[in-house]
Design a protein around this ligand. Structure first.
Ligand code: NAD
Length: 374
């Protein structure tokens, strides 16, 4: 079993899909590891580190030749992997909705494309979930990015020259990224509040020492929908939420938004008029900016200023912590493949259960995924 690890070629992508740790683990399962030269450079992993772990390094053509499994962080351009073996697996974050035509191309190349972001949210697959591992780091980094743009301190400080008051931080969307943002802002000494449409998050917010801010008179999503995800809210709810946000947001110094709805544009949570009510020097970080944005005026890849408020819209936030993001991503890939490893037969892993159905995009030259066909 030969596993190829590609160097990421997408703009601004600094992560790598394997680390010396996972190279050793795959080798322990009997795999031969071939890493494209320079693949780990932006994540502080040298070719020598990969070689010391037991991998060979070489050009893309060399690593792809006869590879049974191809690993990536993002999906490679189909042209760049045209030399791949028929039936080889391509396992990466393939952005199936955003890169739909690429999926067709992967099918034409005869590859079996597996999209790791379609991993079902079941207990068994938690350790394989790239969305969770990367969102966690994004939530942490969002707070650090906010702190870096904020011209004041987060914690209350009592100094000989007088007292600095604590920053007030508000987290909107309390999934994996939001929970980590709350915890990080608390560690930095901010006074933190948070909101979500899923009432189950109230307890979680309290348990992290933050204050829940919830729409009380209109039903939110009680319990959790399929896979724990949110769905679009009623107009009545959206109106009540906007009123609540308006009164709360004007008092905030830092706002982190993380709200997403699978397969839909991100919900708009903050209008330009609401931004205008915030104090000059306040900072908003929109982690949903690449999915359409939670904040009016946020621009993907930029820090913009509106009404004296900075709106931070960095793209690919996990890649801003490339070493840790790669380490967790690589473990997700290893946890997935090793769970289905064909120890006796030595063939490709056998993933013919609900996990396979969820993540398999192409097989036998065709697009086979229900979410793409439906
Ligand atoms: P997500 O990235 O899809 O969305 C982020 C958050 O935004 C969610 O909490 C969502 O409820 C919230 N949101 C959506 N619309 C909103 C609105 N209009 N206003 C305010 N908030 C809004 O979510 P996620 O981080 O992927 O996590 C969702 C849930 O799934 C969590 O409970 C998480 O623990 C669970 N989860 C389970 C597994 C597993 O079991 N394998 C893996 C990952 C996450």
């Amino acid at each position: 079993m030969k596993i190829a690890v590609l160097k990421e070629l997408a703009d601004g992508e600094k992560r790598v899909s394997a680390t010396p740790e996972t190279v050793k683990k795959f080798a322990g399962l009997g795999a031969t590891m071939a890493v494209e030269a320079g693949a780990g450079a932006s994540a502080s992993v040298s070719d020598a580190d990969f070689q010391a772990a037991g991998a060979t390094t070489g050009t893309r053509a060399e690593v792809l030749k006869d590879a049974d499994i191809i690993l990536g962080v993002q999906g490679p351009s189909p042209d760049s992997i045209a030399g791949a073996k028929q039936g080889a697996w391509l396992v990466a974050g393939l952005n199936p909705f955003g890169e739909r035509t690429r999926v067709d191309e992967y099918a034409k190349l005869g590859l079996e494309a597996l999209a790791m972001e379609f991993m079902p949210r079941i207990t068994r697959a938690q350790s394989m979930d790239i969305l969770s591992s990367q969102s966690n780091l994004a939530g942490y980094k969002a707070v650090l990015d906010a702190a870096a743009e904020y011209g004041r301190a987060f914690p209350m400080m009592m100094t000989a020259a007088g007292t600095v008051s604590a920053a007030k931080a508000f987290v909107m969307g309390v999934g994996v990224a939001g929970l980590q943002a709350i915890a990080t802002a608390r560690r930095l000494g901010a006074q933190v509040s948070a909101t979500d449409v899923r009432s189950a998050t109230k307890e979680q917010i309290l348990s992290l020492g933050a204050k829940p801010i919830f729409v009380e008179n209109v039903a939110g999503i009680e319990g959790e929908g399929s896979g724990g995800y949110a769905t679009e809210m009623s107009e009545e709810y959206q109106k009540a939420q906007a009123e609540l946000v308006s009164s709360h947001i004007a008092k905030q110094d830092i706002v982190i938004t993380t709200a997403l709805i699978p397969g839909r544009p991100a919900p708009r949570l903050i209008s330009d008029a609401q931004v205008a009510t915030m104090k000059p020097g306040s900072v908003i970080v929109d982690l949903a900016v690449e999915q359409g944005g939670n904040v009016e005026g946020a621009v993907a890849g930029q820090v913009v200023e509106r009404h004296g408020v900075k709106i931070v819209g960095h793209r690919n936030v996990p890649s801003r912590l490339p070493a840790d993001a790669s380490a967790l991503f690589a473990r997700n890939l290893f946890n997935f493949l090793s769970a289905f490893w064909d120890k006796e037969g030595g063939g490709l892993p056998k993933v013919d259960d609900e996990i396979g159905d969820a993540i398999r995009l192409t097989r036998g030259g065709k697009v086979v995924n229900a979410r793409l066909l439906g």
